[in-house]
Write a protein that binds this ligand. Structure first.
Ligand code: GDP
Ligand code: MG
Length: 276
């Protein structure tokens, strides 16, 4: 595995050189050496899959994996037609269960950086190389796409008011409780360094939506550096199907997970935070 930089270089003194080397670098210079795999946890994504993949900047990823969670539509057929790597679940295991399959595959297939993006065309996939760059530079180990750069922008993009308010409330609480400063914790666009997946016992997480919160609390507990980049979003029927009842369940389970994080810190150990 190619080591990714983990510290910024420190070289305050340097001999003057010609700026041409910065403006017009050597075209034969090697491209990145590490392997980036994009994973799409999919459920009924036939209408949005091609649009999502179509926005990934050419050359920014080495492989695109779609894990289908027993969709009722033509997601698998279209993914195969498009030449994606496809894994399909025989039974519907849930959103967390789907991600477990994604990350298991990435670890087994030599990913150095993993991009997780929902195939519902909600998140602007053009941001991928910029988010990956933050990992490559060694600035962060986990990058989240932040849908809420400003309230006006989120609302203009069509975020329902109750999703906006609950996201802000939960995020404020999570930032305080976890000592972070993220724009939001509930994004479906995330980038991880390989060591995060190697360290975090994600297989012990829920198969449901709270998987995402458990993963981030684990990343904090294991000392990884979390950061975010703004990502423009779109709200339309296919991009947002989780209803009020399921969102409420997710919110309550999120609070419970943060509680478990604190109990673990205070000595009441949870298996979520035990090493693999
Ligand atoms: N694997 C799996 N994913 C699901 C299931 N139900 C919903 N999803 C996915 O969960 C993700 C988030 O749901 P979404 O409705 O987009 O939430 P929102 O954008 O935050 O409002 C989407 O990518 C859905 O495809 C399911 O039963 N299994
Ligand atoms: Mg969505």
């Amino acid at each position: 595995m190619t080591a990714l930089l983990t510290r910024p270089p420190l070289s305050p003194t340097r001999e003057p050189f010609h700026v041409q080397t910065v403006i017009r670098p050597d075209p034969d210079a090697p491209r990145r050496k590490h392997r980036v795999i994009a994973v799409l946890p999919a459920y009924n994504a036939e209408r949005t899959l091609a649009a999502t993949v179509g926005d990934i900047p050419p050359g920014s990823v080495d492989e695109v994996l779609l894990v289908d969670d027993c969709s009722k539509d033509r997601t698998v057929e279209i993914a195969r037609q498009m030449g994606l790597t496809v894994i399909s679940h025989e039974k519907n295991t849930g959103y967390g269960g789907n991600q477990k399959t994604c990350y298991r595959y990435c670890l087994e297939h030599g990913a150095d950086v993993v991009v997780m993006i929902h195939p519902d065309y909600q998140y602007d996939a053009r941001v991928i190389p910029h988010a990956v760059g933050m990992i490559e530079l060694g600035i962060c180990d986990v990058i989240l796409g932040n849908r809420i750069r400003t309230r006006a922008e989120a609302v203009a993009c069509g975020m329902p008011w109750w999703k906006y308010l609950s996201n802000r409330g939960l995020t404020l609480f999570e930032n305080m409780a976890l000592g972070q400063n993220l724009g939001e914790f509930h994004s479906g666009f995330r980038v991880y360094r390989r060591s995060v997946l190697e360290t975090i016992p994600f297989e012990r997480n829920s198969d449901d939506f709270v998987f995402d919160t458990q993963f981030l609390c684990q990343a904090v507990r294991f000392g990884f550096r979390l950061g975010d980049v703004p990502v423009p979003v779109r709200y339309f029927d296919e991009a947002s199907s989780i209803n009020f009842r399921r969102s409420t369940k997710y919110g309550i389970e999120t609070l419970k997970t943060v509680g478990q994080y604190w109990l673990d810190r205070c000595g009441l150990k949870s298996k979520l935070f035990r090493k693999k």
